[in-house]
Design a protein around this ligand. Sequence first.
Ligand code: G3P
Length: 217
Amino acid sequence: MKFFVDTAEIDAIKELHALGMVDGVTTNPSLIAKSGRDILEVTKEICDLVDGPVSAEVVALDADTMLAEGRKLAKIADNIAVKVPLTWAGLQTCKTLSEEGTMVNVTLCFSANQALLAAKAGATFISPFIGRLDDINIDGLELIEDIRTIYDNYGFETQILAASIRSANHMSDCAKIGADVATAPPNVIKGMANHVLTDKGLAGFMADVEKAGIKIL
Ligand code: G3P
């Protein structure tokens, strides 16, 4: 499973990138607003850092303006994936941009039917939001499973990009189901390293290091 980082914070991307943990980056208008940076400028900086796909989201609601925005975003770098919402206008934009050879990430997906439409419209990525489904007591992971089954049934090449990931468990659960990509905030990715038994075991080793005066350097 590929790891995308769901952030527009350059330092956080750099830290994970140095460990080979960044196969791509996803942003959205809320993350851009949080960064306080200009969308074109910060997106370009991310594209220069990372080789994999960098999702940048359109902000218009109608297809014509979305298309113009998508074309402008696509010019930032070769690794841009234009992110469009899963609306009818978004699907129209997806179809055109995909035919032009631009990667498209269709976002705000909450149902298998929506995912089926995105694949038919030629999306490179479909982004089902599992955390936001969990928030309203609908099993987000079940949606990933359903989309996996549907895409595999028909050989759709659209990649399942599990989004709205809130915990380390979501990451391993998505990997078990066979999501192609999971995008998560930096703290969730770093949190995957944590285990209470690791902490406990290390504390025991350190106590013995102290007791025996073990030194390596
Ligand atoms: O990039 C979209 C998505 O990952 C948002 O997550 O936590 O705001 O639902 P969240």
